[in-house]
Design a protein around this ligand. Structure first.
Ligand SMILES: Nc1nc2c(c(=O)[nH]1)N[C@H]1C(S)=C(S)[C@@H](COP(=O)(O)OP(=O)(O)OC[C@H]3O[C@@H](n4cnc5c(=O)[nH]c(N)nc54)[C@H](O)[C@@H]3O)O[C@H]1N2
Ligand SMILES: Nc1nc2c(c(=O)[nH]1)N[C@H]1C(S)=C(S)[C@@H](COP(=O)(O)OP(=O)(O)OC[C@H]3O[C@@H](n4cnc5c(=O)[nH]c(N)nc54)[C@H](O)[C@@H]3O)O[C@H]1N2
Ligand code: SF4
Ligand SMILES: [Mo]
Length: 901
């Protein structure tokens, strides 16, 4: 039997400062972390020397220090719920996979991985599946995220290349943001654009998004197009460019192919402009303005993200955008280019190593047999997969149908993020072997695992990530892993060894893994593939440790670059002809349509302070106050039509599933369209997994699901009683018709609603009282009001208030009940039933400086403030990461409007 030893990686010395990279989005900000190893405390600051952020960080990055706690961490391996040794767990996984493969063949097993793995982890997972198990069945959550961009890039460029860099965003004269809520999802890029625009006020920003998001704060023009119509819009643009002499004929002639076909398709598709404007749902003069600006502005960057990718026409949307850049020769030069911004911290690294089921490895492809030989020889793999595996949605279909009998899920939570998520849940329940590697013990997916493997978390791992501009940065370990957690690359290598592939997986460190990967990218490359990390082929441990953030390509033959790197500036592409390819695309409607049963279209996405399933951001109380509960945004007129009230609860139903969430009225969404955040899951709410509503319709080329367009119905749901409850520890299984939980200082705050009468809900919650607890009780039973506090071991442990309804009243002060300056006052307020107005600063607006809505309104009224700068100076709101500045602007406008009225 192999014994798997773990040599802990060196971490920071006591009280030292380490340069590392943020755990969250694809901006890839550099962080300066000052580590106090003894207390396991880390002070987080932006790294001024990192080219991605030059010192800036957003609310999520700044709160990373608060997420390094042991709360909820998975500390030990478990098999069928029982804690066990690493050796036993690894043996169980390896044996389970080997037995399944022997009996049912290599395609009966699968890995489902994530853009939140490091490049070293990802490379080994891919090598094990495609090189040694011999199946293509490794896919990743990037399928739900970037795969349409990947497919679009390959069609146009012959390679999955993002040509530009972040400085283009500052050098551009126009930035088109389409399908991107940059202000909330890539906040540091948003701040960089905002600052550049302040310096160069002629810079124009156009936002194309059915919703009026905070990103519109810097927009000169917002086109609130009908969802899914982007192809028609960009086809209209291409036709306009041709009709207005704005094509770069020389570039098109010398460096591209298939222009005429694409233009004919675009002209037929787009038709006359006024008709097109109507199809898109925007005013004709707005469309004309956009087209004119684009035609006139050479330095234009088009930034796009999930509003483009997550669509059954996602790949066509990408090519419609790229077509316009190729037609104008605006690519690969300063201040111009199509720019797909990546979501996850290492979405790009995953694409590089080949973690998608339809690529082989290191930007080498299944449809190039010469690549098979190269990879086979390099890995010394006699069992190389030579055909693509199943893409995410098909992969889980195969789990559901029993074709896949063993699956290993790493660093992703498919039960909350894959479409038709209830089906995914059932599929995993029925699957004979489910292995999950995660840092957190209780997630929607870990609940279904046969084997749980504790992974080291962000602060405990060492490796590399690649950001949206192809910049490879080091993530450095700050703290030793908690419990028995291990880095993912180590876990994968250990399973591979246990399966008998010891020779190919014998690494002393992650640095060795990285150098091997770099050598693979450089092997027989000679400029034939975009991805070449030749310079990193023989890194020493020291070189690796001190690796500065650098953009690829890094071929050995060229000197190491200093400064920005772009591709395609020379007009040479990686297609067989070396020319950029126009792709003929035509508008296609989304896969399913509304009808009288499901009359509204559901759009889903992100909010400012939360990251996906909240396993980490949900630990920082300061990130939980801005939008504290799962919600559905709906236009006031639609709300009137469906009897929905602001702040009340509603049932949202689609052809796939159901959710119960709070109603938020806003004219930021169009009539007929609703929006729900993707973050809430079964750990944080009773039934708010939005992915359970979404259908399994995917883009025919990329396989990316249509997450932005699902027909739904919304009905009011009426509770008989409500409760607000704070507790020092999470409640055990809570059986209530509605509940949502969030972190507050010192504990958890629950909002509960029930079809029971208040007295019955009170009785149910009383059962949380344990023997020995001291109980304080107040209330007016005749009015249906009950208030109780349980004191355990000398401190307030649980307190709740039950009433018929709390409505839209402000409860943020309850967050002070367990800890904080106002604990005693808040307690009195809770028990007396009188909200503590004095200390209540209202709904949290600024997460960094913890400033609430009431505080802001008071300052505006009392000091007559009418600019954001003055409001920031008075209250400190907006002086942290700056992500709330658009909201401050909106609050000032609202207060001014109130005054005027
Ligand atoms: N705060 C925060 N930031 C994050 C994340 C997070 O969880 N939280 N996640 C990261 C990840 S993995 C990703 S992929 C990125 C995603 O970043 P984004 O893509 O910016 O975020 P989303 O909210 O998914 O969707 C973007 C916008 O697309 C719009 N949209 C919907 N349909 C259409 C359409 O048909 N056409 C157009 N043009 N627009 C449409 C939506 O209204 C939405 O505002 O964010 C990253 N950053
Ligand atoms: N309806 C709808 N669905 C969507 C989207 C949408 O917009 N709408 N967006 C899609 C997109 S773009 C994305 S990227 C996905 C994201 O969806 P997921 O990837 O499913 O969501 P996360 O919560 O990020 O899951 C990451 C998990 O990895 C764990 N983890 C963190 N670090 C590590 C580590 O180092 N090692 C290991 N082993 N585990 C770790 C975390 O605790 C967490 O449980 O959701 C997709 N689904
Ligand atoms: S923008 Fe925010 S979440 Fe993204 S990398 Fe930078 S600090 Fe992290
Ligand atoms: Mo993503």
């Amino acid at each position: 039997m192999t014994v798997h030893r773990y040599e802990p990686i060196p971490t920071a010395q006591a009280e030292s400062t380490v340069q590392t990279t943020c755990a969250y989005c694809g901006v890839g900000c550099g962080i300066k972390a000052t580590v106090n190893t003894e207390e396991r405390k880390v002070l987080i600051e932006g790294d001024e020397t990192h080219p991605a952020n030059l010192g800036r960080l957003c609310s999520k990055g700044l709160a990373l220090g608060e997420t390094l706690v042991d709360t909820g961490r998975l500390l030990h391996p478990k098999v069928h719920g029982e804690q066990t040794s690493w050796n036993h767990a690894l043996q169980t996984v390896a044996q389970g996979f080997v037995d399944t493969i022997v009996e049912h063949g290599p395609d009966s097993v699968a890995f489902y991985v994530s853009g939140q793995l490091l490049t070293e982890d990802y490379y080994l997972a891919n090598k094990l599946m495609k090189g040694f198990i011999g199946s293509g069945n490794i896919d990743t959550n990037s399928r739900l995220c970037m795969s349409s961009s990947v497919a679009g890039h390959k069609r146009a460029f012959g390679s999955d290349t993002v040509p530009g860099c972040y400085t283009d965003l500052e050098q551009a004269d126009m930035i088109v943001l389409t399908g991107s809520n940059l202000a909330w999802c890539h906040p540091v890029l948003f701040q960089r654009i905002k600052a550049a625009k302040q310096q160069r006020p002629h810079m124009k920003v156009v936002v194309i998004d059915p919703r009026r998001t905070d990103t519109c704060d810097i927009a000169d023009l917002h086109l609130p197009i009908h969802p899914g119509t982007d192809v028609a819009l960009f086809n209209g643009l291409l036709s306009y460019l041709a009709q207005h002499n704005a094509i770069d004929e020389d570039f098109v002639q010398a460096h591209t192919e298939h222009f005429t076909e694409a233009l004919v398709a675009a002209m037929e598709d787009a038709g006359q402009r006024p008709v097109l404007a109507e199809q898109l749902g925007v005013a004709d003069y707005q469309l004309e303005t956009f087209f004119q600006w684009y035609a006139q502005t050479e330095k234009t960057v088009t930034v796009y993200s999930q509003g483009v990718n997550q669509s059954t026409a996602g790949t066509d949307k990408v090519n419609a955008i790229i077509n316009c850049h190729l037609a104008t020769g605006r690519i690969g030069r300063p201040g111009m280019g199509p720019f797909s911004v990546t979501g996850q911290p290492n979405a790009m690294g995953g694409r590089e190593v080949g973690g998608l089921a339809n690529t082989l490895a290191a930007h080498m492809e299944f449809d190039h047999p010469e690549h098979w030989q190269l990879v086979r020889d390099f890995w010394k793999a006699d069992n190389l997969a030579t055909r693509p595996g199943l893409k995410a949605v098909d992969m889980f279909d195969a789990v559901a149908s029993g074709k896949i009998k063993a699956i290993w899920i790493m660093a992703t939570n498919p039960v909350m993020s894959l479409p038709n998520a209830d089906k995914v849940k059932q599929a995993l329940k029925d699957c004979p072997l489910v292995v999950v590697s995660d840092c957190i013990e209780d997630t929607d997916t870990t609940r279904l695992a046969d084997v749980l493997l504790p992974a080291a978390g962000w602060a405990e791992k060492s490796g590399t990530v690649t950001n949206s501009e192809r910049r490879i940065s080091r993530q450095r370990a700050l703290l030793p892993p908690l419990g028995e957690a291990r880095p993912d690359w180590w876990i994968i290598a250990a399973v591979a060894k246990q399966m008998g592939y010891g020779r190919a997986f014998d690494y002393a460190s992650e640095a060795e893994v990285f150098s091997e990967y770099a050598r693979l990218t450089a092997t027989d490359n000679n400029g034939t593939r975009d991805l070449d990390l030749g310079h990193y082929s023989h890194l020493t441990l020291n070189d690796y440790d001190s690796l500065p953030p650098r953009q690829w390509p890094l071929p050995t033959k060229a000197p190491l670059p200093d400064g920005d790197q772009r591709l395609f500036g020379d007009g040479v592409f990686f297609t067989p002809s070396g020319r950029g390819r126009f792709v003929s695309v035509r508008y296609r409607a989304p896969a399913t349509q509304v009808d009288s049963h499901y009359p509204l279209t559901l759009n889903t996405g992100r909010i400012r302070d939360q990251w996906h399933s909240m396993t980490r951001t949900g630990l920082a109380s300061r990130l939980c106050g801005h939008l504290p509960e799962p919600f559905i945004s709906i236009h006031p007129k639609d709300a009137g039509r469906y009897q929905l009230k602001d702040g009340a609860l509603a049932d949202v139903t689609s052809r796939q599933g159901q959710a119960r969430v709070r109603v938020q009225l806003t004219d930021q969404v169009n009539l007929g369209e609703v929006f729900m955040p993707m973050h809430w899951n079964d750990v944080h709410a009773s039934r708010a997994r939005v992915a359970a509503l979404v259908g399994e319709y995917v883009d025919p080329t990329s396989g990316q699901p249509e997450n932005k367009y699902t027909p739904v119905q919304v009905h009011p749901w009426y509770e008989q009683a409500e409760a607000l409850l704070v507790s020092r520890t999470p409640l055990p299984e809570l059986d209530a018709d509605y509940w949502a939980m969030r972190r507050v200082n010192g504990g958890y705050l629950y909002r509960i609603a029930s079809e029971q009468h208040p007295a019955d809900l009170d009785k149910q919650l009383q059962s949380l009282c344990q023997q020995g607890d001291q109980q304080l009780a107040f209330g007016h039973p005749e009015r249906g009001e009950f208030r109780r506090a349980f004191v355990r071991e000398g401190q307030l442990y649980i307190a709740f208030s039950v009433a018929k309804q709390f409505g839209t009243r402000d409860f943020s002060w309850l967050g002070d009940l367990l800890e904080g300056d106002f604990a005693a006052t808040a307690m009195r307020a809770l028990l007396s039933g009188k909200p503590d107005q004095q200390h209540s600063q209202g709904k949290l607006v600024c997460a960094c400086k913890q400033v609430g809505y009431n505080t802001l309104c008071n300052a505006i009224r009392e000091k007559g403030i009418d600019t954001v700068d003055a409001l920031s100076a008075e209250t400190t709101a907006g002086t942290g990461c700056g992500s709330c500045l658009p909201e401050l602007e909106q609050i000032i406008a609202r207060e001014r409007a109130h005054e005027a009225a």
